[in-house]
Design a protein around this ligand. Structure first.
Ligand code: PLP
Length: 406
């Protein structure tokens, strides 16, 4: 059957990933626009009743409804898929919509998930609280301990879910080992790659079946809109495609357009933010007022060797403990420093062009018990810093002044 779809721009086969992030997935509407068009439409019209019938009979031959697929969303999806090397990408309304569909869209009652304990709060809620309600068994392990993965995966499993580096304490999971153990146990591997970003950690070559993102973070990278993405190959895509189409966590075309433009500058932004993060982490490590500075790019990180083998750089996030002064609690010390910052803003968000700091114990991880927080390395004086695009010298000055302010 003939298709009315504008064809994607063709690029030389040997184009490098950075070029794919600028041109990949582009389809011109017929007006020959340079910048991709935003298709704010829920539906599409047919020339005839026969054409409508054909559209439903030949799936994928054209656009039929924006809950299924939308041209602007498709450009975002195709561009990210081209960069990552997966056959398919699905844009979703938020990162959590992507995680929920990637997990619940593949599993059924009686299945078993093995997940690392250090997960983004809402991801932990899905595997620990929601999945068991549907008869899915969840086993949590310390993601940094290969022996615990081996033990949990010595029995058959259906899914492995993890995050590396993890939020907020930047634990690194040995992906090669865990993927191998997962495959031997018959499990599909789903990785939340938000902290590493598509730029620093490529998961498809490691055998990761599904990569998920909160596009809200570095992919937008400018704090403007919510979005998510699921990347996988055709077999899983067939299953997830139906789940997504019928449950409807679709990405809005407006957000897709914002995120599509975000992809064009993602590499430049993330690389610059990583350089700044290393400089800031190094300065913090030299400060007597900051203890236990955790940054995968620093030699002092307990898994530094693994981190540099697995990631192209140390990432854009840093975690550290503020040292209390006489008569001050750890929490008071953390608050004192956060409140004294003038360039770095207080926010629970991350992956923004603006540097953001958060106190995990009282915000993102408030609902955990003290003991649960301690297992994750979150102490009352722990703060998480997301490094933005400011001049790193100003960030260092801001932090140094705040750490020494009275
Ligand atoms: C923010 C975040 C999510 C959730 O993404 P939303 O876009 O806020 O729904 C999931 N995982 C990690 C690691 C995150 O940082």
């Amino acid at each position: 059957m003939t298709t009315k779809l504008p064809q994607p721009d063709t690029l030389p086969e040997d184009c490098r990933p950075r070029t794919l992030m600028v041109h990949g997935g582009t389809r011109r509407s017929g007006f020959e626009e340079t910048s991709e068009a935003m298709f704010l439409t829920s539906g599409f019209v047919y020339d005839s009743a026969e054409e409508a019938e054909n559209a439903f009979a030949n799936e994928g031959s054209r656009f039929v409804y924006s809950r299924f697929r939308n041209p602007t969303v498709a450009m975002f999806e195709d561009r990210l898929a081209a960069y990552e090397g997966y056959e398919r990408c699905f844009g979703t309304a938020s990162g959590m919509a992507a995680v929920f569909a990637a997990v619940m869209g593949q599993l059924k009652a009686g299945d078993r998930i093995v997940a690392s304990r250090a997960l983004f709060g809402s991801c932990l809620y899905i595997v620990k609280e929601i999945a068991p309600r549907f008869g899915i068994e969840t086993v949590l392990v310390d993601g940094t301990d290969n022996a615990q993965w081996a033990e949990a995966l010595s029995r058959p499993a259906d899914m492995v879910f993890l995050e590396s580096p993890s939020n907020p304490c930047l634990d690194v999971v040995d992906l090669k080992t865990v993927v191998k153990l997962a495959k031997a146990a018959g499990a599909k591997v789903v990785v939340d790659n938000v902290f590493a970003t598509p730029v620093l950690q490529r998961l498809k070559p490691l055998g990761v079946d599904v990569t998920v993102y909160s596009a809200t973070k570095h992919i937008d990278g400018q704090g403007r809109c919510l979005g998510g993405a699921i990347l996988c190959d055709a077999e899983i895509a067939a299953k997830l495609g139906l789940f997504l189409r019928h449950t409807g966590p679709s990405m809005s075309p407006f957000n897709a357009w914002v995120l599509l433009k975000g992809l064009e500058t993602l590499e430049l932004r993330v690389k610059s933010q990583c350089d700044s993060a290393l400089a800031v982490a190094t300065a913090l490590e030299e400060s007597a007022s900051a203890a236990r500075v955790r940054y995968p790019g620093l030699k002092s990180h307990p898994q530094h060797d693994l981190a540099i083998r697995q990631m192209a750089a140390g990432g854009t996030l840093i975690c550290f403990d503020v040292v209390p002064r006489d008569g001050e609690t750890e929490k008071q010390a953390a608050y004192r420093v956060m409140n004294a910052l003038r360039v770095v803003k207080i926010s629970n968000n991350l992956g923004d062009s603006k540097s953001l700091i958060t106190h995990p114990a009282t915000t993102t991880h408030q609902r955990l018990t003290d003991e649960e927080r301690a297992t994750l390395g979150i102490l009352p004086g722990t703060v998480r810093l997301s490094v933005g695009l400011e001049d790193p010298a100003d960030l260092i000055t801001d932090l140094t002044r705040a750490l020494s302010a009275s």
